[in-house]
Write a protein that binds this ligand. Sequence first.
Ligand code: GRE
Ligand code: ZN
Length: 325
Amino acid sequence: MQGKIALEEHFAIQPTLGDSKVFGGHVWQDLEHRLIDIQDTRLKEMDKHDVEMMILSLNAPAIQAIHDTEEAIAIARQANDVLADNMRKRPSRFAGFAALPMQDPDAAAAELTRCVKDLGMVGALVNGFSNIGSPDNVTYYDLPQYKPFWKTVEALDVPFYLHPRNPLPGWTKMYEGHNWMLGPNWAFAAETAVHALRLIGSGLFDECPKLQILLGHLGEGIPAMLWRIDGRNGWMKEPHRYPAKHGVGHYFRNNFHLTTSGNFYTPSMVGAMTEVGSDRVMFSIDWPFEDIGQGSQWFDTAEISEADRKKIGRDNAIKLFKLKL
Ligand code: GRE
Ligand code: ZN
C-alpha cells in the first residue's frame, strides 16, 4: 500500500543509545546506526516499502530510567530538540512524539506543552513506569500526583503512547531461570498491559473522558483477554472492585488505539479490529527493532478489506494526529 504512516518508530541520542544494546548486542553495529540515523538509511527503507511518514519517538527505557529527576528533564529536552530539528528537515516525512520526564509531573506537562505548541509534535510516547530518585523505585501513572498531568494531555488534545519497558530485576522473580521471557517475547507486553489496566481501573478516564492512549503490539495482549477481564464469574453477579465507573471494555473501546508494531499476524490484527473497531487500529513497524520490509509486505497483503487497509495504513493516523499531508 502506498502512503503508509507508521507510528512506533524509534531513534536514539548518545545518552540513551546504550539502553537498546541488550536487545541487539549481536547486531549492534547495525542497530546502533539504525537508531542514530534519521535522514539516511531510514528514509531509503521508507521509500523502498511505501512508508510515507514515520512519527518518531525516543528508544526505551531512556528518560523513564533516569532516576535523577533534573537529569531526566535535561535529557528529555535534548532528545526533543534533536527530534524537532529532524522534523523540520523533512516535515512531509517525519512527525514526532515528545519524550517526557514523568519523574516530575509538572515538568512533564510543561515539556509536552512546549513540544506540542512550539515544536509541532503530535503527542507523547512514554516507556512505562518511571524510576524516581533511585534505580529501584517504580512509579506508575495512575497515582494521584499525575492527575494534573493527564488534564494537560487531555486539554492539549494529543494522544499518549504507552510504550513497553522491562520490569525491574527486583520485580521479575516469576521469570527466574527463564530470562528469554523478558523483553519483547513476553515481559514487555505483561508489564505494559498491567500499566494500561491500572490507568483504566483507577477511574482516570472518568475524570479525563477525552484522553486517548495508544498501545503498540496490537494491544499488548489485552484484546484477547478483554471478555475475560470483564466477565468475572457471571452467575455470581459480583460488582467490579475498582474505582472506575464502567467495565474495562468500555474504556478500552473509547480511550485506546492500537498499533501493529512488532506483531505482524493477521488473526491478531483481526481480533484487535473486532474488539476496538477498525477506526482504532493503526499500522506501525517498531523500527529499528523490527523489519520494515517484513511488516510492510505483511500489511500490504493481509486479508482485510481495502477500505480497512486504507484506514489502518494511513487515514486513521491522519485523523487522530491531524496530520497535514
Ligand atoms: C521496542 O521498542 O518496542 C523494542 C525495544 C527493544 C527490543 C524490542 C522492541 O525497545 O520491540
Ligand atoms: Zn517500540
